[in-house]
Design a binder for this molecule. Sequence first.
Ligand SMILES: Cc1cc2nc3c(=O)[nH]c(=O)nc-3n(C[C@H](O)[C@H](O)[C@H](O)COP(=O)(O)OP(=O)(O)OC[C@H]3O[C@@H](n4cnc5c(N)ncnc54)[C@H](O)[C@@H]3O)c2cc1C
Length: 475
Amino acid sequence: MPLSQIPTPACADFLSALTDTLGADAVRSGDAIPTDRHTDWSGTAPLAPLAWLRPDSTAQISAALRICHAHRVPVVPQGGLTGLAGGAVPTPGAVVLSLDRMNAIESLDPVARVVTVQAGATLQAVQEAALAAGCLFGVDLGARGSCQIGGNLATNAGGNGVVQFGMMREQTLGLEVVLADGSVLDMLRPMVKNNTGYDLKHWFIGSEGTLGVITRAQLRLQPAQPARATALAAVPDVASALALLGQLQARCPGGVAAFELMWDDFVQHALAWTGQPRPFDQDHPLLVLTDLSGADESALAQALEAVLGSAMEDGRVLDAVLAQSQTQAAGLWRLREITAEFPSRLAPINFDISLPQAAIGDFADRCIDALSSRFPGHRSLRFGHLGDGNLHLSTDARSLGNLSFAEAEHAVEAIVYGLVAEAGGSVSAEHGIGLHKKPYLGASRSPTELATMRAIKHALDPLNQLNPGKVFDMA
Ligand SMILES: Cc1cc2nc3c(=O)[nH]c(=O)nc-3n(C[C@H](O)[C@H](O)[C@H](O)COP(=O)(O)OP(=O)(O)OC[C@H]3O[C@@H](n4cnc5c(N)ncnc54)[C@H](O)[C@@H]3O)c2cc1C
């Protein structure tokens, strides 16, 4: 029964059971809940939760979930609230459970290169702890200062370094999770090899808080990579960009740290918004921004120069600039980082699509053609992490005539996700399904896959209490 329908005395009993168990400072209700707990970065309509729980240990989380289970009250796990799919927004009648008091870096072994952290630690805190020990954490993204490791794991976050080190899943050696009924599932075994039945931790990575609350994690670290070389290259087409990526990876195995593709529609906005001069004498259809990382800066620069030089000779690269300093590299990256200005400069309808690498060029053009025939004069910007087959497309709702934002979003999503389904791609490369992409999950998953997901959810959370209504509906 949703909490709003629970009679007031039962609700009071429920809140006092929580307060007695967790302590008054860990349970807030009514106006004492800050409004930033009502929604997340996705812009989903805010909703006040019944209570805000701030436990400080796995034992407290287990006790809180046992109480919620006994009272049939749904629980929405919240991390740093930077998610872009609405996954952490309260559902009606739910309590929200925040991990912010569980933020310790518990141990770090620089020789085995493993860090054990509580799930409320921010991504930046983990990166800094790794650097201080002469190591590197392999995931980085713009929300690093606010997003939490638990949220990163629950969304299987990607970001800038995926081409080199993979997504959160690839960094994970062990997890501790609390299930809906309060049972603690201890999977903290920092071993690479462990073929003893199902590897259960993978069910929770990317499950967006619907299967369990992630409380602790053991994560892989990489050797520190103090040197970096950056270049911007103009290419005639996506096939040439992919050939360039292959050549860089062959020359510097494991050293390609970023390989970002920007279509001319994106580049023209980036130049106008940053006021930077054009990087080349003429405009080109596509620019690649790439970073190599490793131990020796001059060796990286030489490798980059050699590969770009030979690619220019065979016509796969039309022009290129190699950053001569970290300041120049930061200037080149400023072009790519205009995405942070999308919310203030556009009314963006954002897509986070994944496709087989070789299909990206055609797919990106088909999107523009389909949008142009329905909305002549639309403003759409294309960019992506080409190394990961991840295309981002942002269409400005204000360029679509007199439609409301919701109408524009619906029309553009129907066009783009229809093309994704035809191409056998994914409607969410990185950000997850949450609430926003729920109607389109079937474009990327077969009925049998969806039935299997529901069977797993039912097995772990038969009362549908953990983040209900996110990713898919159970009924
Ligand atoms: C500026 C910006 C840049 C971004 N760039 C990228 C990017 O490059 N790549 C990328 O992949 N994503 C990116 N994101 C989105 C990304 O998904 C989130 O930033 C991050 O992974 C979510 O972490 P969070 O702690 O904020 O989680 P929240 O937003 O709080 O929650 C996200 C989901 O995880 C669940 N959850 C949170 N904590 C737990 C837990 N402990 N146990 C179980 N479930 C939990 C929630 O219920 C929700 O479903 C970006 C976001 C912003 C705002």
